[in-house]
Design a binder for this molecule. Structure first.
Ligand code: GDP
Ligand code: MG
Length: 164
């Protein structure tokens, strides 16, 4: 059975962009037809010699903030239950939000591997500045990444596959 890797985080942090980047990198190798499964929320991925199922948990984009926090916590709980590895995305352009605190606390309770990704770090110039906003969350390791522009992508994927 393939490991399940779930993308979790607030709307607009870049979950679907990262989903597309990870699944496209796979398709570039094995599928000559681009864009065939664009709208799917799960896909099988092979990176180096590791295979897994990637799940994009996104969906609701315009809830009031209180419901939103509730929804994201539900999403994170479901991911902890069902996934083998959790990818929690933070928005480097936006910084820490109250919802981030709540989900981080919740994710501390699981023994499963959790990757805390600081997305929208588009180049090395502002990397330290963007990442250091999140030190207050007390996470051992933050993964700077640009889902849109590829910065940090290979190191992250290698790190992810090393846990499998
Ligand atoms: P989701 O709601 O978490 O699935 O977020 P989306 O993947 O739909 O992205 C939300 C917005 O953030 C879109 O406008 C993306 O273009 C933008 N975005 C996603 N990843 C990046 C990134 O790495 N850098 C920048 N600058 N913008 C990004
Ligand atoms: Mg999305």
């Amino acid at each position: 059975k393939l490991p399940i890797v779930a993308l979790v985080g607030r709307p607009n942090v870049g979950k679907s962009t990262l989903f597309n980047r990870i699944t496209k990198s796979r398709k570039a190798l094995v599928d000559p037809t681009p864009g065939v499964t664009r709208d799917r929320h799960y896909d099988r991925v092979t990176w180096e010699n590791k295979s897994f199922v990637l799940v994009d948990t996104g969906g609701i984009d315009d809830n009031p903030e209180d419901l939103l926090v509730h929804h994201i916590k539900e999403q994170a709980l479901a991911a902890i239950e069902e996934a083998d590895i959790v990818l929690f995305l933070l928005d480097g352009k936006q910084g820490v939000t109250p919802a981030d605190w709540e989900v981080v606390e919740l994710l501390r309770r699981t023994e499963k591997p959790v990757f805390h990704i600081v997305n929208k770090v588009d180049s090395p110039e502002n990397e330290l500045e963007l990442v250091s906003q999140f030190y207050e969350l007390g996470i051992d390791k933050l993964w700077p990444l640009s889902a849109e522009h590829n910065y940090g992508f290979k190191s992250f994927m290698d790190g992810l596959c090393e846990t499998m």
